[in-house]
Design a protein around this ligand. Structure first.
Ligand code: NAD
Length: 258
């Protein structure tokens, strides 16, 4: 008793959607906790530099793979490549997401809805689809998906985004149940507002609306920084959370308590 380990030393991890923001902050933290890591994203131009920078600080093996999560075959290939480079896979974070197109329900289009779901929902689904078989081979694993407080509460003028995050919650809980007795845990974090490009474009879109945008106020009266998501992600990836599966961990300055 008392030997709780947050260490990820020797773990083989992949973060998809790690070009910026929460994914990048969590990738840094996962490597700093000791894991070898493959980061994936749609910006290969800067990806190599990011991987080198993370590796220099963490002292672990870090590399980049290009992947557009809307393309199933690219997700499959990225996971295969990660497994080849790492020699297996036991931690995976499916982080890719976009805010969509803020606006009233009357203004939403099928094309925008489909694009939002292709990234936010199919991204998490395809990620897990290809990560799980490798974790089953290793007999253990931890998957962390990106939900949101908009997976719990509604978000006015962002209905498709909130629907996509409720869908990520459903995927997370369902896959957790499929794997609960096989050593693989599946959870999601549910951030409140985080200071990233996504939040800036979501806010700009909602502020531009002629109607009152509403929106939850934050009891802690500030947005968070991406690094503030990383502690929970390292915890979920590590053995310190060994009895945690199928849950959404809110990291939200109190938003869902209101
Ligand atoms: P961000 O824009 O900095 O990061 C989004 C990441 O997704 C980027 O790395 C981007 O390259 C990647 N991405 C986008 N489309 C992709 C695609 N087709 N294929 C692969 N990668 C793709 O914003 P962020 O706030 O760090 O967002 C990260 C996740 O956190 C998202 O899922 C978002 O919905 C979720 N989230 C953010 C907030 C917030 O307030 N910022 C709150 C709750 C949840």
């Amino acid at each position: 008793m008392g030997d709780i380990s947050f260490s990820l030393a020797g773990r083989k991890a992949m973060v998809i959607g790690a070009d910026s923001g929460i994914g990048l902050a969590c990738a840094r933290a996962i490597a700093n906790a000791g894991a070898d890591l493959v980061i994936g994203g749609i910006d290969p131009g800067k990806g190599g530099d990011l991987a080198a920078e993370i590796a220099a600080k963490s002292g672990t093996k870090v590399s980049y793979v290009a992947v557009d999560v809307t393309r199933e075959e690219q997700v499959a290939a990225a996971v295969e490549e990660a497994v080849k480079r790492l020699g297996g896979l036991d931690v995976a974070m499916n982080n890719a997401g976009i805010p969509g197109w803020p606006g009233a329900i009357q203004d939403q289009t099928a094309e925008q809805f489909d694009m939002l779901f292709a990234i936010n929902v199919r991204g998490a689904m395809f990620g897990m689809k290809y990560q799980v078989p490798h974790m089953l081979k290793g007999g253990k694993g931890s998957i962390i998906n990106l939900a949101s407080t908009a997976a719990i509460n509604g978000l006015a003028f962002c209905a498709p985004y909130a629907a996509s995050k409720h869908a990520v919650a459903g995927l997370t809980k369902s896959v957790a149940l499929e794997l609960a007795d096989q050593g693989i845990r599946v959870n999601a974090i549910a951030p409140g507002p985080v200071n990233t490009g996504l939040l800036a474009s979501m806010r700009a879109g909602r502020m531009a609306l002629p109607s009152k945008t509403g929106g939850a106020s934050v009891p802690m009266a500030r947005v968070s920084e991406p690094d503030e998501m990383a502690g929970a992600v390292v915890w979920l990836a590590s053995d310190a959370s060994s009895y945690v599966t199928g849950t959404l961990v809110s990291i939200d300055g109190g938003v869902v308590a209101v």
